[in-house]
Ligand binder design. Sequence first.
Ligand code: BGC
Length: 496
Amino acid sequence: MSEWNRRTFLRRSAQAAALTALPGPAALLASPANAGVSTFPKGFHWGASTSAMQVEGYPYADGGGRSIWAAFEAHPGNIKDGSTNWIADEEYHRYAEDIGHMRDLGMNSYRFSISWPRVLPEGKGKPNEAGLAYYDKLIDALLAAKIKPFVTIFHFNYPEALQQQGGWLHPDSPQWLADYAHLLSGRFSDRVTNWLTINEPNILWGFGAESGIMPPSLKLDNAELAKGAHHLLLGHGRSVEAARAAAKKPIKVGLPFAGMLSIPASASSRDVEAARSASFAVEKRTIIPLQPAMTMMNNSWWLDPIYLGHYPEDGFRLFPTAEKLATPADMRIIHQSLDYCAVNLYFAPTVKAGADGKAELVPESPTAPRTHYGYPITPELLYWAPKFLAERYQKPILITENGISLDDAPSADGKIHDPQRTAFLNSYLGAYKRAHQDGVPLAGYLHWSLLDNWEFSEGYEQRFGLIYVDRKTQQRIVKDSAYRYKEIIESNGASL
Ligand code: BGC
C-alpha cells in the first residue's frame, strides 16, 4: 500500500469509529462519505436467486437431455427423501405466476440458471431450439415486469454426455463451456446484460470430485483435483471471452463463488488480521460437520487466479503439480476483467488470534441457533466477507446467494409465519449495510431463494424460499418474511 493510502487510511479511520481497529488494507475501503448513510447505494440490485434444476422440473420435456444428476438421483439413498427434480416447482410452466410475485415484492433483479442439457442435450453440438425458446419466454416476461435477468450459465447440472467423455478432466472441457456460453450470449445478450459463469466451482469440484458426495462422485487425488480445477478456471476465463465476443451489447460478467470466509471474534486488529489470513489461506478445511477436511474448500486457490492472475504461493504446497499448469498463457485466459465479485454467503466460523497471532477457531456454543439444515447463523459474515473480498480483489460485491432453510408450514390462518427468516434478513442485511457505511463497494443482494425448491441431496426437505410451495398442489404462499423483504427493498435498506 502506498504511503498516501496509509496516511489517508489513518485519517479516515480516526473519523470512522468503527474502523479504528482495522489494519492497513482497509484503507482502500474506508470512505467516511458513507458513514451514517441510511440506505444501500443507488441502483442497488435487489432480488432473489434460483437454479434450473432446483425449480424448473420437466428436465426431459421438449428434447432436454440428461445431466449427471440423473444417475445420481436414481441410486437409492443418494437423495434423502428419495425424490427427483422432475417436478420441482414446475417453473417450466409457472414462471409467469412467479414473476408476478417478484414484481409485487418490489424486486428489480432475478438470478436464474440456464439448464445446459436442456439447451444442448449432448452438452455440445446441435442446440435444442425448444429449450432455448423457454428462456426467451422467461427473459421477455421478466423484462416486461421490469426485472433484470442475472443469468447463471452453469449451475451444477453438467451434461451427462460430457461427463462420459471425461468431464472436467478432459482437456477440451474449458472449450465446451465456452462454446455453450457463446451460444447463450449470442441468443440472449440483446436482452440480458448480467452474466454469471460457473456457480460455486469450489463446491462443484470439492463435493463432486474430492469427497464425492455430489455427482460425478469421484475421489481424486490432489494432482487430478488441481487439473480439474485448472480446467474449471480456464472454462470460466474462456466463457467470459466467448460471451463478450458474442454479445450484442456490452455485458457485465461475474463468477458466483461459495465464499469460505472467517469472522473475527472481536474488532481488535489482531483478531481481524487472524480472520483475514484464515480467509485467504490455502489449507484443508472442513465446512460441513462430520465431513472430511477438503483441499478444494478455500477462496484463494480459485479467486486469486481469477482476480489477480496467479495461484497463491502457499497453495503449491498442497498442489505441487499445478506449477506446470500455471503457464502465463493460461493465467492470462483465467484473469479476465470482471464487473463484480459475486459471492454466495451462508455462514462462517469465528476465529481469534492465538498467542502467535495465528487464527484459532472459537468453538461454537452448543445452544447457538442453527438453520433447519444445521448451518450456524452468523450475520456478521455479511459485514466481514464483503470487506475482506473487496480489499483483496478490488471489485464491488454482489451477493448472489444468502438465505436460510427452515421447516416452514402453513398456520391455521393459511399463512406462513417465519419470524426466524425475518430476523435472518434483518440481521444479515443490517451487517451488509454496515459494510456499505464503512465504504465497501456493494452492487446488490440476491436472496436464496425465491421459492422452496429441490435442494439436491436433501430433496425437498429444506425450505429456503421467500415463497412457500405446496408439494402436492404447487400452490404458492408468500411468506411473512417476503413482506419484510419488500419493505427493506422499498426503502433501499433505510428500514433496517
Ligand atoms: C447452491 C444452491 C443451494 C444452496 C443452499 C448453494 O451452495 O448454489 O444451489 O441450493 O447453496 O444449500
